[in-house]
Design a protein around this ligand. Structure first.
Ligand code: SIN
Length: 288
């Protein structure tokens, strides 16, 4: 297989590789290593049924259960990300900066998205490298953020108050629940379990609060500082200089590492259909 970087920051294209459930161990290892190095890899020209995609995903690790979103009928480990041409007003699934299900105690390591029917223009996905963002932290800020913990929760996306938002998508069944209010704390500065690289494990959607060094301590000044820092972290970590933007074509398979990136799906394709199948590979508890 041939790996070609797509930016100087993150993202690479992989050619001369056919993603099948019976991919040789050496090829799986080479793909994993490209994924760990480049954080997002694009493998064009693939054609996987839901069961084939699920089996291929398992070559990279165990299945990571998907809360709130109903799987496709063809396979319990695959979800469909779909917005019809007639649903321009509906919420764009994944349309806010996030790292997949970071509110879980062990968030998914990798996500695999396979484009089936994508608009000719629009509907791109953008990723930001959290290892690059970590490396670019001003020294004093990096010192200050050591020991800070993020409070992750699905409440802003999947609490029952959001049901109407999700019900506008006819091709996806999303069931909100009170369980979305549960919180999970993870360190803000994490060490990648496979590469050993440090990164900012942050995303403005699921991180609902911060704890540590005088912030989130219940005081008025702590609350103000917490809000200020949440805004700063969001703006800093999603700055264009840390990003890679992918223009989808049918057949693309894009794999990304949720431990070192966050991403957003752009909602600029009103009047066009966009359909992709998604699988997730289990990860471990984030460590500092
Ligand atoms: C997601 O966040 O999983 C969906 C991303 C996309 O549709 O581009």
């Amino acid at each position: 297989m041939k790996v070609s970087p797509l930016t100087g920051v993150l993202g690479a294209r992989v050619d001369e590789l056919d993603l099948t459930p019976d991919l040789a161990a050496a090829e799986v290892a080479a793909l994993r290593s490209a994924l760990l190095e480049h954080e997002v890899v694009v493998v064009p020209g693939q054609s996987l049924t839901p069961p084939e995609q699920a089996h291929f995903s398992r070559l990279l690790g165990d299945y990571s259960p998907v809360p709130f979103v109903q799987a496709v009928p063809e396979h319990p480990e695959v979800i469909k990300v779909v917005k019809e041409a007639t649903e321009p007003e509906a919420f764009n699934f994944g349309g806010v900066w996030h790292s997949d299900f970071s509110f879980l105690d062990a968030p998914p390591a990798f996500t695999i998205l396979h484009a089936l029917d994508v608009p000719e223009v629009g509907g791109d996905t953008v990723w930001a490298s959290m290892t690059n963002a970590f490396e670019a932290l001003p020294q004093e800020m990096a010192r200050r953020l050591e020991g800070v913990t993020c409070v992750h929760s699905a409440s802003a996306s999947y609490s029952p108050a959001q049901q109407e938002l999700h019900s506008g998508l006819s091709g996806m069944t999303i069931r909100t629940s009170e369980s979305a209010e549960a919180t999970q704390e993870h360190p803000l500065l994490c060490t990648h379990p496979e590469t050993g690289k440090r990164s900012l494990f942050f995303n403005g959607t699921y991180v609902r609060g911060l704890r540590g060094i005088g912030i989130g301590d219940g005081s008025e000044s702590g609350a103000k500082e917490e809000l200020r820092l949440l805004r700063w972290l969001h703006e800093f970590s999603t700055h264009v200089r840390f990003t890679f933007r992918h223009r989808w074509a049918n057949g693309d398979v894009v794999l990304w590492d949720n431990r070192s990136t966050q991403h957003v799906a752009l909602n600029d394709y009103a009047g066009h259909r966009r359909e992709l199948n998604r699988t997730t590979v289990a990860g471990s508890e984030p460590i500092d």
